[in-house]
Write a protein that binds this ligand. Structure first.
Ligand SMILES: [Zn+2]
Length: 365
């Protein structure tokens, strides 16, 4: 039912095929995050091969949406329980309930109900991991044909190794996810996190990926939630096989547009914290359903955060930019110039410049 094969490796980037339920997915792959019942439905505007459906609204509202492949048209569908949102809303949901939803909706991959850590308040992380591993046990024991992805969490290398060991006691996973890394690429207060990890957040992220990859060298490795147009290439360059992103929508909701190789930009920058769009040549090249055949002035108006009712436009534009960036990356893999492509895309990225130093210092501590 599922098979993962690594075809080639360039530096750290690995190129493979994930075969699942009769479908062949080229890896690294990128899953666009989708919430059922939310607008805009991005699938009305573009065909997506791989989507990650957040199941929390299905769980929260107790709705039966039937088979997920009838509801959303995509080649492969992964479903996440939305443990993070459920936890934030204090909704108590059991592993059995999540498994029941996976059985009814039949996604290609169902993610184990997990409890991500909070870097600002990491003191309860052992309790959260305990609940996650208990759910992993319950769900694998009763999987009944559902392909499950276990997710490991940890804020030190030791914690991650232990998490991997505990997963190995339950199953020999062909696919495995790493959670709790999302906040590490954001600029939030990391004091408490660093007291535990004893290292810079981004350096830990690199270490976390290599630790889990060493523990499961043959497994398809997914990193949750780190897939914006700037971070996706970083993740691929670190040897991650799979990423997802819901941020096309989140960023649109706070007014930001995405473009290749640069971070958040705003058509109207209201204060010094926001970066006004100056890279008009990038916007001019956009062929998304919103920008296509429009003048640059028209594009700016349609995407302007200061103009009402432009959220859908930004969301559609952002999703399109992510998918296009992913396609460009895959093209560079096929054409054998992935190294140049990554260099070109990430030369301005502060993290990219740090990667080699970090890797070296990990080799020679
Ligand atoms: Zn566009």
């Amino acid at each position: 039912m599922m098979h993962f094969e690594i075809k080639e490796e360039y530096d750290c980037v690995r190129f493979g095929i994930l075969k699942i339920n009769g479908k062949s997915i080229r890896t690294p792959c990128f899953w666009i995050g989708i919430e059922p019942f939310s607008k805009p439905n991005i699938l009305d505007y573009m065909h997506l091969k791989t989507i990650l459906v957040n199941g929390y609204k299905i769980l929260d509202k107790h709705v039966n949406i039937g088979k997920i492949h009838d509801y959303f048209k995509a080649d492969a569908i992964m479903m996440d329980s939305g443990g993070f949102q459920l936890m934030k809303k204090n909704i108590d949901v059991s592993a059995d309930k999540v498994l029941k939803i996976y059985r009814e909706t039949k996604p290609d991959i169902g993610v184990v109900l997990d409890y991500p850590f909070n870097p600002q308040n990491p003191s309860d992380r052992f309790e959260r991991w305990k609940k996650t591993i208990e759910n992993t046990k319950i769900m694998f024991a009763n999987s009944d044909g559902v392909v499950l992805m276990p997710v490991v969490h940890g804020y030190t290398t030791e914690e991650l190794k232990n998490a991997c060991r505990e997963v190995k006691e339950i199953t020999d996973p062909k696919i495995v996810g790493i959670g709790s890394l999302v906040p590490l690429v954001k600029t939030v207060n990391m004091k408490k996190f660093m007291e535990i990890s004893k290292t810079e957040p981004f350096k830990f992220l690199i270490r976390a990926i290599s630790t889990v990859r060493n523990e499961f060298p043959e497994s398809f490795l997914h990193v949750f939630g780190v897939g914006s147009s700037t971070t996706m290439h970083l993740m691929f360059s670190l040897g991650v096989d799979s990423i997802d992103s819901m941020s096309w929508r989140l960023k649109a909701s706070y007014g930001a547009i995405q473009l290749p190789a640069i971070g958040d930009r705003f058509i109207t920058a209201k204060n010094g914290k926001r970066k006004e769009l100056k890279e008009f040549s990038l916007l001019k090249n956009c062929t998304c359903p919103v920008c296509k055949n429009k003048s640059i002035e028209e594009r700016k108006r349609l995407l302007d955060n200061a103009i009402a009712n432009t959220f859908y436009n930004r969301a559609i534009h952002n999703a399109f930019v992510y998918v296009k960036e992913y396609e460009e990356f895959m093209k560079s893999l096929e054409n054998g110039n992935v190294k140049d492509f990554l260099e070109m895309r990430m030369k301005e990225n502060k993290y990219y410049r740090k990667i080699e130093n970090y890797k070296q210092s990990d080799k020679n501590p």
